[in-house]
Design a binder for this molecule. Structure first.
Ligand SMILES: [Mg+2]
Length: 424
């Protein structure tokens, strides 16, 4: 492994004086794809992506070889295949990514409790308090990279700087398998020549406005008067000037990822039929709940997402009146959300998704978890329900006994579904 980044070897002076605050940003390299390659080493060095195979799916993770052909995350799969027809497409396997993510985060927590997880494969660490024990910031970063690789077999990139903003910019620019270090006193010097869109908050629209004002580099932005920028752009104006000057006093907030579990389906054709949409919603609700249960967790919120033919995405969310991990409870609450989303007009839908929000360990006894019987007591539902919790149990048992069996809730519940659909 070769350390990359603006300066790869720590100089003695960095070890002590100037590191009042030291933030590390760790980001796994092409995470989903790299996890898949652990099981399929023969695909190393081959342009490959993770994503659904259907023409309407998107790329969720692309190998660096695929990126050479212009293929990147969030790109429609059809587009990616047009760029490189021999592209290897690997179906995503979420459980594997969750497991690897947990291993990575465990390594980070061994170094310091001050870990702020940003996503499944990304975190900030404040190592200001660990230096005496573990060495210079660069040594700590190197050690973390090594441990992550030994534990998971995966490479990561780490940025080391005086604050979050610079640490993140550094890791982005040091990929893959890189280690970038910028000591506090060199921050402005390092940032100045970079394109201005590396600054957090500068998206495509703002970038164009800045260009029109002759602001192209971070240095150009840092030289502007924050007051005038504030008058021109509002709060974001003075914020981006501060970030461009390397000023960012946001602290690393120790927290686990605000976890959510989402399941989506992109239709082969646009769906307009409400019954058909509800049928998919039922499947997705059960699948989403199954994944939450798989990790021994419960959800405290629920969201339904639809993407229209014109790619407009709309989401409706709610707080569950308790904690839940039952497919029936998910569907019970997801259904009105879908109706709200579609109430204006039943327009053609190309993607439907269900997401369990604020997913975490149960805090109450399992018996007090939300079930449809409790929902009944609130008067929200007066149907006589079968024992939904035991239905979930049956599904889990079947899945355990026959791993990979295509047992779907909808096929088990066709009868109930027919009833539910007809009472709407
Ligand atoms: Mg990543």
């Amino acid at each position: 492994m070769v350390a990359a980044g603006p300066t790869s070897t720590p100089r003695p002076s960095w070890a002590d004086a100037s590191w009042d605050s030291t933030v590390l940003h760790l980001d796994m390299d092409a995470f989903f794809l790299s996890v898949e390659l652990l099981d399929r080493p023969e695909l190393r060095g081959v342009p490959a992506v993770v994503g659904g195979r259907s023409g309407r799916s998107v790329v969720t993770s692309a190998s660096y070889e695929a990126r050479k052909f212009g293929i990147q995350s969030a790109m429609p799969m059809a587009h990616a295949l047009a760029l490189y027809p021999q592209l290897v497409v690997i179906e995503p396997s979420r459980e594997k990514y969750t497991r690897a993510s947990r291993q990575v985060m465990d390594v980070l927590h061994e170094v310091t409790p001050t870990v702020e997880q940003l996503s499944i494969d990304e975190a900030f660490l404040d190592v200001s308090g660990s230096r005496r024990r573990l060495g210079t910031p660069a040594q700590i970063a190197r050690m973390i990279k090594d441990r992550v690789r030994e534990t998971t077999g995966l490479t990561s990139t780490v940025g080391v700087a005086a604050n979050k903003s610079v640490a993140k910019i550094l890791s982005d620019r040091s990929k893959p398998d890189g280690l970038g270090v910028v000591p506090a006193e060199q921050t402005r010097e390092y940032l100045a020549p970079l394109p201005v869109n590396v600054i957090w908050g500068v998206g495509p629209k703002l970038l164009q406005r800045l260009k029109n004002a002759d602001i192209h580099t971070v240095g150009d932005l840092a030289a502007r008067d924050p007051e005038r920028m504030h008058r021109w752009l509002g709060a974001v104006g003075s914020q981006i000037v501060a970030l461009a000057r390397g000023e960012d006093n946001r602290s690393v907030e120790p927290r686990q990822e605000a976890k959510s579990v989402s399941v989506e389906h992109t239709f082969e054709y646009d769906v307009t039929n409400p019954t058909e949409l509800e049928r998919y919603l039922l499947d997705l609700s059960y699948e989403c709940a199954r994944r939450v249960r798989n990790d021994g967790l419960v959800a405290r919120g629920l969201s339904v997402k639809v993407k229209d033919v014109d790619f407009t995405t709309r989401t409706k969310s709610m707080s569950l009146p308790g904690q839940a991990s039952s497919g029936a409870v998910f569907f019970h609450h997801a259904r009105p959300l879908l109706h709200e989303l579609m109430s204006k007009r039943w327009h053609p839908v190309r993607l439907l998704g269900v997401r369990g929000d604020r997913v975490a360990e149960p805090t109450e006894q399992v018996e007090t978890q939300l079930s449809l019987f409790e929902v009944d007591e609130t008067g929200a539902d007066t149907d006589t329900e079968p024992n939904w919790d035991s239905t979930d149990q049956i599904l889990d048992d079947v899945a355990k006994k026959f791993p990979g069996a295509a047992i779907k809730p909808a096929s088990l519940l066709r009868h109930e579904r027919t009833q539910r659909m007809s009472d709407s």
